[in-house]
Design a protein around this ligand. Structure first.
Ligand code: FAD
Ligand code: SIN
Length: 537
């Protein structure tokens, strides 16, 4: 029996802030499938701590937010894009609140008798402007959005469904502009590959932190969307700009636990293991400098002392304040035997955010008709060479709205081409799963060792060779064996690693998050130049 073909007006891949926001908007008029590879809440969004940056404070303005974003972006942001997204921010945040999102409010009423939101501060922001739900903002966003999705009869959520590859007119042998007609999806429960046909597909698969050995990201962040779009022929840009978050908890038993920048926003100070504050040698904003500067400073401090971590100290603040403002971090650290009201927190940088991605307009259009990309998977020009903290949830929210508005106004027709079932060929069950896991480890370690916070051309070339060898092995596996989610993720991670390294080698300068010791300064001729990769067909 052949696997089912599903027909929906729109297919959304991913159930983070970008995918869910878009699905809710278009579901007012259309039938929508949300395909997501684990349970619905599992996403980078779900782990967001600091919050959403949007102008709501009386002392703030969109112009100031624009200035901070451009300054963090180190000359590579698209100013018009920045202005449009940040201007739209407050209205979209207000809509999220109407849907049921509960941001933390100030404890006391203001003199005008109103209760305002408690605004957090993070690195690179000149004002307090981060709306948050204590230190677990993402969990509250997912709760609010998923509750609304559950009440929407036009949306069906396919959990444990893994999107593999797009079905495009080019792949079907048609000439003319490339158009996306559908997507092949692995149902992880049955092991069958199903076909989803739609008017258009929204790619909202998030980032690729898992390409590095140490990351703040959950296991789902394997860069699938970038790899799929690249294979389908879309341009991918600026992948060398991987943001390392400066403060991930260092503990042998803690997997990927972030300690929000808001801790530094509330006065937390970075110290070496010897107890010395070191950020003042690196930036006038000290511990609240932009993230690329702080991550590099920690990296150099760890190399100088030979220690495996540095310390983040907030013990000078009252214990009651710390427990109330950061309950998630307080409780999690306590489980590891660390009382953050009494002891400094051991922290290390870890891969956190993909600033590049599938080239897209603010309303999600990519090079392929019928394929939209929104959120961390996309590269719109908002973040440039270094994302300003808490601008990414905002980008997902705003761009999902703009994409939905545009497609509702002019919905494309279904593609009337026959779509072949997924070809299993002579595939057999993979009995050498250990090889898959070894390849995973090797890629992640290579990326960590050779393509990390500080790079050199020699190390990048070494990484390129290793990844090319692994790619060859993986391709052979891919065609020989039945597809599993582990194998699919391995193939995607290898592609994304290749793209990061190739982009890094293309940029002969240091800018923002890309720091190459062989070209230690920014080169003016590279300002405003994206590194763009397209697959040679
Ligand atoms: P995600 O939220 O990552 O969602 C991607 C979805 O796609 C997931 O549901 C995933 O399962 C699914 N998916 C992926 N591949 C496939 C596939 N092949 N098939 C089917 N489904 C697939 N940003 C801020 O602005 N403020 C913060 O405070 C903040 N804190 C953060 C803290 C942490 C620990 C992390 C990891 C990130 C943080 N970020 C923060 C970044 C921000 O959370 C993300 O950039 C943002 O949530 C991305 O949203 P998204 O909708 O694009 O993708
Ligand atoms: C944090 O809370 O430190 C993360 C914020 C972000 O990545 O934008």
């Amino acid at each position: 029996m052949s696997p089912p073909t599903h027909h929906f007006d729109f297919v959304v891949i991913g159930s983070g802030i970008a995918g869910l926001s878009f699905a809710l908007k278009v579901a007012s008029r259309f039938r929508v499938a949300i395909v997501t590879k684990r349970w619905a809440a599992e996403s980078n969004t779900n782990y967001a701590q600091g919050g959403i940056a949007a102008v709501t404070g009386a002392d703030d303005s969109v112009e100031l937010h624009v200035r901070d974003t451009l300054s963090a972006g180190a000359g590579l942001c698209r100013e018009a894009v920045v202005r449009q997204i940040l201007k739209e921010g407050p209205a979209r945040v207000a809509e999220l609140i109407e849907l049921g999102m509960r941001f933390t409010e100030e404890e006391e009423e203001s003199p005008d008798g109103e209760r305002h939101f408690d605004l957090g501060r993070e690195g690179g922001h000149s004002r307090r402007r981060i709306l948050h739900a204590k230190d677990a903002t993402g969990r509250e966003i997912e709760r609010a959005l998923l509750a609304t999705v559950a009440a929407q009869p036009n949306i069906r959520v396919f959990e444990e469904h893994f999107a593999i590859d797009f079905i495009t007119t080019r792949k079907l042998g048609q000439t003319g502009p490339n158009r996306c007609a559908g997507v092949y999806v692995l149902d992880k429960a049955t092991g069958r590959v199903e076909t989803f046909a739609s008017r258009a597909i929204l790619l909202a698969t998030g980032g690729c932190g898992k390409v590095y050995l140490y990351t703040t990201n959950p296991d789902v962040a394997t860069g699938d969307g970038v790899a799929m779009a690249y294979r389908a022929g879309a341009r991918v840009a600026n992948m060398e700009f991987v943001q390392f978050h400066p403060t991930c908890l260092y503990h042998p038993k803690a997997k990927s636990f972030l300690v929000t920048e808001a801790v530094r926003g509330e006065g937390g100070v970075l110290r070496s293991v010897e107890g010395t504050e070191f950020m003042e040698q690196h930036h006038p904003l000290k511990s609240l400098a932009p993230r690329d500067v702080v991550a590099r400073a920690i990296d150099s401090e760890m190399k100088r002392t030979g220690a495996a971590h540095v310390l983040l100290d907030i013990t000078h603040k009252p214990a009651r304040f710390i427990i109330d403002r950061f309950p998630n971090i307080y409780q999690t650290c306590l489980k590891f035997g660390l009382d953050i009201t009494k002891e400094p927190i051991p922290v290390v940088p870890a891969a956190h955010y993909q600033c590049g991605g599938v080239m897209a307009t603010v309303d999600g259009e990519t090079d392929i008709a019928g394929l939209l990309a929104v959120g961390e998977v996309s590269c719109t020009g908002l973040h440039g060479a270094n994302r300003l903290a808490s601008n990414s949830l905002l980008e997902g929210l705003v761009c999902a709205h703009l994409a939905a508005e545009k497609i509702i106004a002019a919905p494309p027709e279904f593609c009337d081409l026959a779509m072949p079932d997924w070809q299993l060929g002579k595939a057999q069950n993979a009995d050498e799963l250990v090889v898959v896991s070894h390849n995973w480890d090797e890629i992640r370690r290579t990326m960590w060792d050779y393509v990390g916070i500080v790079r050199t051309t020699k190390r990048l070339e070494r990484a390129q060779k290793r990844i090319a060898n692994l790619q060859e092995e993986i391709q052979q596996y891919y065609w020989d064996f039945v597809v599993t989610s582990d194998l699919l993720e391995l193939r995607n991670i290898a592609t994304v690693a290749e793209l990061i390294v190739a982009s890094a080698l293309q940029r002969p300068e240091s800018r923002g998050l890309h720091h190459n010791l062989d070209f230690s300064k920014p080169d003016q001729s590279w300002a405003q130049r994206d590194t763009i990769l397209t697959r040679v067909a």
